[in-house]
Design a protein around this ligand. Structure first.
Ligand code: 4AD
Length: 478
């Protein structure tokens, strides 16, 4: 499995045994009696301290040991004299794999702003904050697969390139090999996509759901976990142009089962992080507490671990869209005209409304159901009243919508009616509609935005900081 990692060495009992550590220098400190090098290899938030004696190494060599340089250190693992750590390495030898000129290396041992770090996304994983986020992101992804595998779900790989706008979920990114300077034209002058790679228009997917449903109609319980693309011009702290979505789809599940699954699922993956990412979560909690020091008392957030435990330990509030509108109509901000957007049955709830319900009224995650059909996708199952659909959105404090899902319309005629009503050409969806002709079944599913989950768990405030290389309008540098 390769050389021992710093995470493991820090757990080893020191018996003057010979060890080799490899990693990047976080800091170097020289005192009269010793030279201290803090080394980190990303396996843990903790550095290992390596100690040399003054004069043991040439000034020339030591001048190349600077923040950001990469070293191989061999020495003996001894009990640490200092208070910060249990073990340290008494250095015998240093090999410098790569130097990092302090004049030009942008990461120095001081606090950098998140905005600045976004400009150096190629280096930011070497900071404590980003390495912690990336380890937590990994743990959550692993927990997602584990949860579904244990629950009898099959991981279905739905296509990234699609010829249908599944949802009408937003603007799509076009995929083409046509020469944009010399577009082939039809006799009528339109672009002739027959000459394009797929012989038709193609785009990057906005959701794997429709193909996911095909899988569920054979394997009963499937999930997808893949990249998703939306070309909306949403410059917010909650939107990315490329994000990862987890979409389970289950035959024989009704809305209630769907809600139960969604709630259990998010609670279990958050619990996984609480158990397996303690050091990183503690680090991020302290980071947030530091930031909060400059804020007035009433704007300070509850400690991160407390917030996560609260979500795991308490049932989510469940209510219908209609009930939510009633609460909003009776609310103080509505009466005092403090909401920016009007409230009334039929509106698409805006983030201020969702936040009021979650953060002020219920003070816990909320699942809203049975939305008006006009503001939801065509595939959602119509309620008996013909006005609302069996939709469910899970709303989280500080995040807003983290999950969107529904029971699906399994009746062929009703589905075809909705397809036509919203202006989709049924021919484009013939394969989807056929599932309702051949052995249709009640089924449900939902989509969890993975980055919104990571955002919640890490307590970060901008979604661009929880994905290694964010894609958003005017930004695809790295
Ligand atoms: O509510 P949405 O659009 O639902 C769907 O795509 C359905 N096909 C899901 C399903 O039923 N299988 O998106 C689902 C979730 C949202 O709740 C949100 O967490 C996330 O995806 N999401 C985004 N995350 C980051 N950036 C964006 N631009 C996002 N758009 C949606």
């Amino acid at each position: 499995m390769g050389p021992l990692q710093i995470k493991d060495i820090l757990q080893t009992s020191p018996e003057n045994q010979s060890v080799t550590v490899k990693g990047w220098v976080r800091t170097k400190r020289e005192s009269k009696n010793a030279i201290f090098i803090a080394l980190n290899d990303g396996s843990t938030i903790h550095n290992i301290q390596a100690v040399a004696e003054p004069g043991q190494f040439s000034a020339e060599l030591l001048s190349t040991v600077t923040t950001g340089s990469c070293l191989k250190i061999t020495g003996q693992l001894v009990e640490s004299q200092g208070s910060g750590q249990a073990v340290e390495v008494k250095i015998d030898d240093i090999l410098v794999y790569g130097t990092a000129d302090p004049e030009s290396f942008p990461l120095q041992p001081k606090k950098h702003s998140l905005e600045f770090l976004r400009e150096i996304a190629h280096l930011r994983p070497r900071t404590n904050t980003f390495s912690a986020i990336l380890r937590i992101r990994h743990a959550l992804a692993f927990a997602v697969h584990q949860y579904f595998n244990d629950g009898g779900f099959f991981y279905l790989h739905t296509p990234v390139i699609t010829a249908s706008d599944a949802e009408g979920a937003g603007e799509m990114f076009r995929v083409t090999t046509l020469d944009l300077n010399k577009l082939p034209r039809t006799e009528e002058g339109a672009i002739n996509f027959k000459e394009d790679f797929f012989g038709r228009e193609a785009n990057l997917t906005v959701s794997g759901q429709l193909e996911g449903e095909l899988g569920a109609m054979a394997l009963s319980k499937i999930y997808t976990f893949g990249p998703t693309f939306r070309a909306e011009n949403s410059n917010t702290t909650r939107h990315l142009a490329e994000f990862w979505m987890i979409e389970p789809e289950m035959a024989f599940f009704e809305l209630e089962d769907n809600m139960n699954l969604a709630e259990d699922f998010v609670k279990k993956v958050i619990t996984y992080a609480l158990i397996h990412c303690k050091d990183d979560l503690n680090f991020l909690q302290n980071r947030l507490a530091e930031e909060d020091k400059n804020k007035p008392q009433n704007e300070r957030s509850i400690p991160l671990l407390e917030k996560l435990s609260f979500v795991v330990d308490n049932p989510f509030e469940r209510l219908t869209y209609t009930e939510a509108i009633e609460i909003l109509l009776k609310s103080k901000p509505h009466k005092e005209k403090k909401f920016q957007y009007p409230v009334g049955w039929g509106i698409d709830l805006s983030s201020e409304h969702e936040r009021y319900l979650v953060e002020k009224h219920f003070k816990k995650p909320v699942i809203l159901t049975n939305y008006p059909k006009e503001i939801k996708s065509f595939y959602m199952k119509l309620d008996e009243d013909g006005k609302t659909v069996r939709a469910m959105d899970v709303l989280f404090p500080g995040i807003g919508e983290i999950i969107g899902g529904s029971q699906r319309e399994e009746d062929y005629d009703k589905l075809l009616g909705r397809v036509k009503e919203v202006g989709i050409d049924p021919e484009n969806l013939w394969w989807y509609l056929e599932t309702r002709k051949f052995g249709t079944a009640p089924h449900s599913g939902f989509g969890l935005g993975f980055e919104r989950l990571v955002l919640f768990v890490t307590g970060m405030s901008n979604i661009r900081d929880v994905i290694p290389f964010p894609r958003y309008p005017k930004s695809a540098e790295f």
